[in-house]
Design a protein around this ligand. Structure first.
Ligand code: SF4
Length: 64
């Protein structure tokens, strides 16, 4: 099981992550990403990593 992490100080609310994986990411009223789920099963890792890579300011990453 992997874990998805976010650096809120970097997030600019572009919402690419929400478009790519709306079951893991949302945006709050302040325009910052919200992690809806933290644990990433292996079966979903590629999809969540692609969503993290879609962030233009590299505020998201997946850790082992
Ligand atoms: S794509 Fe990046 S900057 Fe945009 S909301 Fe998601 S984490 Fe924030």
């Amino acid at each position: 099981m992997s874990t998805v992490k976010a650096d809120l100080s970097l997030c600019q609310g572009y919402a690419n992550c929400v478009v790519a994986a709306g079951d893991y990411f949302d945006i709050d009223d302040d325009g910052k990403v919200v992690l809806l789920k933290i644990d990433v099963p292996e079966s979903e890792r590629t999809r969540v990593e692609e969503a993290a890579r879609s962030c233009p300011v590299s505020a998201l990453w997946v850790e082992d």
